[in-house]
Design a protein around this ligand. Structure first.
Ligand SMILES: C[S@@+](CC[C@H](N)C(=O)[O-])C[C@H]1O[C@@H](n2cnc3c(N)ncnc32)[C@H](O)[C@@H]1O
Length: 261
């Protein structure tokens, strides 16, 4: 597993670009596809949100750094001679080739209690890196799971049914590092980030086991306080955290909810 040494802003004051380049190089060296992994490492170090044997859902998982690190963190030690337990497939599964994202989420987590230490990721983009054997990546739009105001079609009804019967309360941790494609207009970007956060929280509330943990990236804007209140209402403890590995100028920040009520 990668070490955290050197992930300190104080040591790299020579400019933002140099700092970003340093973390990108470090991520490459540590075998992660993106430097964002160091943000999750800092969160894990401070809050201990994932434990061995937990099942983790990673929303906005591409290119795959958080998914790999989460899978490494939760993976159960395998007794000698036992074939590693997998979440399904250690590769990307396009939703159109499968039974729908929601059902896939349910399918992957529904193997409890036999299925422990599994990480499932979802993203608009295909994850192309090789994942650990206890991780699976699906391709799809999180907002499609949360659309209100339209009549559900057969697949959605079926998927919702699967959610209710199989996936409900089967995850111990829900992570969201989702970010909208930025426009340069801070108000628009913050509003889109808020929409993703609301979708992530809804999914967390539906799928997290009691006592489960939630980590969500949000671009700070006018809706930030409202989202913080929603997290506060659903978790025993909540915290706001800006990892040192985030760019100082960036509006992104993480809300951490611990102990799903
Ligand atoms: C900062 S990247 C995540 C990096 C990832 N945590 C890692 O460590 O590799 C944000 C991701 O959110 C995804 N995303 C944005 N909107 C989404 C949506 N509606 N559904 C699924 N993924 C989304 C983007 O495609 C992008 O890959």
């Amino acid at each position: 597993m990668a070490k955290q040494e050197g992930v300190k802003t104080g040591k790299f004051q020579k400019g933002k670009q140099q700092w970003a380049d340093h973390l990108t190089e470090k991520a490459k060296h540590d075998n992660y596809p993106a430097r964002s992994v160091y943000k999750l490492m800092e969160i894990q170090k401070k809050y201990g949100i994932m434990k061995k044997g937990n099942n983790v859902l990673d929303l906005g998982c591409a290119p795959g750094s958080w998914l790999i690190y989460a899978a490494q963190t939760i993976r159960m030690p395998q007794p000698p001679g036992v074939v590693a337990q997998t979440a399904g497939m250690a590769q990307t599964v396009g939703v159109d080739q499968t039974i729908g994202i929601t059902q896939s989420i349910g399918h992957c987590a529904a193997k409890k209690p036999s299925c422990k230490g599994v990480a499932v990721g979802i993203d608009l983009q295909k994850v192309t890196v090789t994942l650990p054997p206890n991780a699976t990546a699906l391709q799809g739009d999180i907002l499609d799971l949360n659309r209100d105001g339209c009549a559900p079609d057969d697949e959605t009804l079926h998927a919702t049914d699967t959610l209710a019967s199989n996936a409900r309360k089967e995850y111990d941790v829900v992570l969201s590092d989702m970010a909208p494609a930025t426009t340069g207009r801070k108000d628009i970007d913050a509003a889109r980030s808020f929409e993703l956060c609301q979708a992530a929280l809804k999914i967390a509330c539906e799928l997290l086991a009691s006592g489960g943990n939630f980590v969500c990236k949000i671009f700070q804007g006018p809706d930030f306080k409202q989202f913080e209140q929603s997290v506060k209402a659903n978790f025993r403890q909540h915290a706001i955290f800006k990892p040192e590995s985030c760019r100082k100028a960036s509006k992104e920040i993480y809300i951490i909810g611990r102990g799903k009520i």
